[in-house]
Design a protein around this ligand. Structure first.
Ligand SMILES: [Zn+2]
Length: 83
């Protein structure tokens, strides 16, 4: 995957730095293991460029929630097919 496409220059407040910082976005595979189903999805995780700590970006959180929801839906559909 081309990492460059995820690199956008935005400013976010980093709690670790206690300052407004630039961040970079990396994609990470997140595994969800719930009682009745497990699935994984590619999440976008923003990291502070100053200290390297994960930062919270609401717009990216929203994207991840949508990605997780889609992955869960697909996993449920696949499970139905194998019944
Ligand atoms: Zn920081």
């Amino acid at each position: 995957m081309d990492e460059a496409e995820y690199k956008i220059e935005e400013i976010v407040f980093c709690e670790n730095c206690q300052d407004d910082v630039k961040y970079e976005i990396r994609s990470e595979i997140i595994k969800i293991d719930m009682e009745d189903i497990e699935f994984s999805y590619e999440a976008l995780v923003p990291y502070c460029k100053e200290c390297g700590e994960e930062v919270s970006v609401p717009e990216i959180n929203d994207l991840n929630i949508i990605r997780a929801y889609k992955a869960q839906k697909e996993a449920l559909e696949n499970r139905e097919e194998f019944k």
